[in-house]
Design a protein around this ligand. Structure first.
Ligand code: G6P
Length: 436
């Protein structure tokens, strides 16, 4: 059959218009026959609202692409060319718990880093493993593009425990590139960044404008309030001496590590002041978004979606799919196995790196050694990720305790145990592997 079959798991997400917009923008290079938006029963209402908006957007763009809304995941996955995963097990209520539980113990409560990301990983691993099984069985040639958080850890799980063709993706690298381009008043294509590290724990080691090294200038521009950030992260300023010494541009998520105490303080203030954690804020934004999406006259991606942290999400996903489909041999920043990109790190662990993308997938480009200023943290976080992956698969309590204790943002085994017990109790419904 002519054209591509694209499947989006978590199709009822408020981000779906972003993705549809990406396919519309690349209609000349990506012939998409069908887009299956898949969700579960609890997400059916959202799926219908956002799915109908997707259909109106496609119609307005004069495309013949069929949008199919379904709760039947297996039927959707059958013979797919690309499967995109962007789901959230337990929805925003589970995210709220992830953010609140650690704060009880004065520990950072965040969706993807620290204990919150750990809880999200435990909920996500059984589901992603099921999806991978479906792909192995029903569309073994399909590419899986995973956005589901914690994206690095989930990519680690998929690439360690399954045989499918998968690439992990995040919008942070493209965001860092595009925001830097804006700061310099140039087109993003003229900026090149060499990334090193893990997902949500990465640095642009060198930054170039038209081939010229501008790393130092970029660092200087990031020393004040106007520094590069994301909508979902408190904009605390970096320590000037440290950043100049580092001479690499940290991902906005490094704020959680470099300024851990202040970030916890900010989160506590939000909760005590009634603003709530990010989940509570996002629930409000989502209500507004779905109200807007319900308007039968709306047939474009509404600007209000930009209040979310996922800016440039569609660009990252659709340009990657196009690079594979069109055999472009183009550089993308992705989450894949190291395989010699970072020389002083195990070959078989997943990192976030620049890779050459063509029809065979993503091949990591060599970045060299991690300098000591980052290698300790990266190794620490990778040990945590590997232990969490194992705990998520096996449901072994001791392994889970080891994993959480190994997280760089967790102060002690004593605290890890308290948080772990709360997480297991409050997420029982979503953690079948721990009940076996
Ligand atoms: C950034 C991160 C994503 C994360 C999002 C949260 O884009 O890279 O991994 O999901 O922020 O945004 P939200 O609006 O849900 O807080």
């Amino acid at each position: 059959m002519e054209g591509l079959k694209i499947v989006v798991i978590g199709g009822g997400s408020s981000y779906t218009p972003e993705l549809i917009d990406g396919f519309i923008k690349r209609k000349e290079e990506l012939p998409v026959r069908e887009i299956y938006l898949v969700d579960i029963l609890e997400g059916e209402r959202k799926l219908n609202i956002v799915g109908n908006l997707a259909m109106r957007m496609i119609e307005k763009a004069n495309l013949s692409t069929k949008v199919i809304l379904t709760l039947d995941r297996k039927q959707a996955i059958k013979d797919a060319d690309f499967v995109i995963t962007q789901f959230r097990v337990g929805g925003l209520f589970a995210r709220a718990r992830d953010e609140n539980i650690p704060l009880r113990y004065n520990v950072l409560g965040q969706e993807t880093t620290g204990a919150g990301g750990f809880a999200k990983a435990l909920r996500t691993i059984p589901v992603i493993m099921d999806i991978c099984k479906d792909i192995e069985e029903l569309s073994p040639k399909a590419w899986l593009i995973n956005f589901t958080n914690p994206a690095g850890l989930i990519a680690e799980t998929i690439l360690r425990y399954t045989n499918i063709k998968a690439i992990g993706l995040c919008n942070v690298p493209i965001n860092m590139k595009n925001t830097t381009a804006k700061m310099f008043g140039v087109e993003p294509e003229r900026i090149k960044m060499d990334f090193i590290g893990l997902n949500h724990l990465s640095w642009a080691k060198k930054i170039y404008l038209d081939g010229e090294d501008i790393t130092k200038e970029v660092i200087e521009k990031n020393l004040d309030d106007e520094s590069l950030n994301m909508n979902n992260i408190h904009n605390l300023n970096w320590d000037k001496d440290y950043l100049r010494g580092l001479n690499m541009l940290p991902s906005p998520y490094l704020r959680y590590y470099y300024m851990m105490d202040e970030m916890v303080e900010k989160q506590k203030q939000d909760v005590e002041g009634g603003k709530g954690t990010r989940a509570k804020q996002v629930m409000k934004i989502e209500d507004e978004l779905f109200e807007i999406y319900s308007d039968q006259n709306l047939d474009i991606k509404p600007p209000q979606l930009e209040k979310r942290g996922g800016a440039y999400y569609s660009e990252a996903a659709v340009s990657l799919i196009s690079a594979i489909y069109n055999d472009k041999k183009e550089v993308h920043t992705v989450n894949i196995k190291n395989n010699g990109s970072i020389l002083n790190l195990d070959k078989d662990v997943v990192i976030e790196c620049n890779a050459m993308v063509d029809k065979t997938g993503a091949t990591p480009m060599v970045i060299g050694n991690m300098p000591p200023i980052i290698s300790g943290l990266v190794n620490h976080a990778k040990a945590y990720e590997l232990l969490t992956t194992e705990a998520g698969i096996t449901g072994d309590y001791v392994k889970a305790l080891e994993a959480l204790s190994a997280n760089p943002l967790i102060p002690s085994v004593t605290i890890a145990k308290k948080i772990l017990d709360d997480i297991l109790r409050e997420n029982k419904k979503y953690l079948p592997q721990f009940s076996r």
